[in-house]
Design a protein around this ligand. Structure first.
Ligand code: HEM
Length: 395
């Protein structure tokens, strides 16, 4: 089962997801691996306290960790962000930053997101390369401003962020030694970078998230230095390595359908509906995983404590039991999807992702006159899947 997922086609994984959805839940004979693809099953696991997000509970992870030196293991422990923690640590760390991402706070960013989008599109040429000229710079600039990361540093951390975004593919296949070395370097460089920025904020506080985190650390036992660095890295990476795919995948949907372009250009509600449909049909995060804390009966069979349970969010979005006529893109659909997860780890940045998607796709729909697709290449990422290059030619 593991091998089958390791060989996923990044350009079009959907025929495989469809066959897995039709085949129903899968559990390996030894109960060490399971794959769930229906909306109902994925939703239930995401909300269940019997499943952990903490890789330390995974038998597979424990085997990898046992082969490491004590120093390497300790180093990995230090780097854990709250995406990979359970309550109570997860709750404590998430709460420290959640205020910055509420729908109300995010709504105040509308003028910034609109101005940035207009400026990027004004500067873009013909052909427009959507990824490098809009889909990447927009979210990276917004999250950098929220955190207090200087914009000119994007070029410095783009490579580290790319390496760490790719590390989520470990859900599917173990990384090789060279990749692990790259990752270690990326984490060390990122930590050194944020350590330096945090020292600056301590000396010269500003109205940004990094200052808020530094103050929480100084306040006592609410946040350790390792947690501060991991949280800053998580927000910066999650804040753009996902939304870039939403905007690029949304552009592809606009290119396929002239009527959709007209509707989205004319009506902000259609742009918001398109964002939901792109999330459902072509999700930037294709899957996630959970680890059962005890032996449990799943719909496909019994899993053992510590098993790897893969939740195929991209298949759940096409589940006809949840979304009638699932392959039809319908901007008025209201059935909830799981592209932003569910339960305690529900995407913290969901309001921001939706805002950036809506503004970018609406601006694109207004500007693209008789667009034609040029070069299209996909990143080698299976979990955070999306185009690396997406060229659009206009009339
Ligand atoms: C379209 C864009 C995005 C998608 C599809 C997306 C998707 C997701 C998903 C599926 C999860 C949960 C994974 C799990 O349950 O295992 C998640 C968590 C998270 N996302 Fe997003 N995300 C997006 C944008 C953002 C943005 C803009 C931010 C801003 C900082 C962000 C920050 C986070 C954080 C901090 C978590 C961890 C939440 C937790 O563990 O409690 N995301 N996201």
């Amino acid at each position: 089962m593991d091998e089958m997922l390791g060989a996923v086609d990044v350009v079009d994984p959907y025929p495989l997801w469809q066959s897995l959805l039709e085949g129903g839940p899968l559990v390996s004979a030894d109960g060490a691996f399971a794959l769930l693809s229906s909306h109902e099953h994925c939703d239930a696991v995401l909300r269940s306290p019997q499943f952990s997000s903490d890789r330390r509970n995974s038998t597979r992870w424990q085997a990898v960790a046992a082969a490491m030196s004590d120093a390497d293991r300790a180093r990995l422990e230090r780097q854990r962000s709250f995406l990979f923690l359970d309550p109570p640590d997860h709750t404590r760390l998430r709460r420290l930053v959640s205020k910055a991402f509420t729908p109300r706070t995010v709504e105040r960013l509308v003028p910034l997101v609109e101005d940035l989008t207009a400026g990027l599109l004004d500067r873009a040429g013909d052909p427009l390369e959507v990824v490098s000229q809009l889909a990447y710079p927009l979210p990276v600039t917004v999250i950098s401003r929220m955190l207090g990361v200087p914009e000119e540093d994007h070029v410095r951390f783009a490579g580290w962020s790319e390496v760490l975004a790719k590390s989520l593919d470990d859900t599917l296949s173990a990384a090789d030694a060279a990749e692990i070395r790259l990752r270690r370097r990326a984490v060390d460089d990122f930590r050194a970078y944020f350590t330096h920025l945090c020292a600056q904020r301590r000396a010269d506080p500003r109205d940004d998230l990094l200052t808020a985190l530094v103050e929480a650390e100084d306040d006592g036992d609410r946040l350790s230095n390792d947690e501060l660095l991991s949280t800053a890295m998580l927000l910066l990476i999650a804040g753009h390595e996902t939304t870039v795919n939403l905007i690029a995948n949304g552009t592809l949907a606009l290119l396929r359908d002239e009527r959709l372009r007209d509707d989205v250009a004319a009506d902000p509600a259609c742009a918001a509906g398109l964002v939901e449909e792109v999330l459902r049909l072509d999700p930037p995060v294709q899957m996630t995983m959970r680890i059962p804390l005890e032996d449990l009966d799943l719909p496909g069979g019994r899993v053992r404590a510590g098993a790897t349970v893969v939740l195929l969010l991209a298949a759940a979005g096409r589940d006809p039991a949840q979304h009638p006529d699932p392959l039809r893109l319908d901007v008025t659909r209201t059935t909830p999807h799981l592209a932003l997860s569910a339960g305690p780890h529900y995407c913290l940045g969901a309001p921001l992702a939706r805002l950036e998607g809506r503004v970018a796709l609406s601006a694109l729909a207004q500007r693209l006159q008789q667009p034609r697709l040029g070069r299209l290449e996909y990143k080698e990422n299976r979990v955070l899947r999306g185009p690396a290059v997406l060229e659009v030619m206009t009339a």
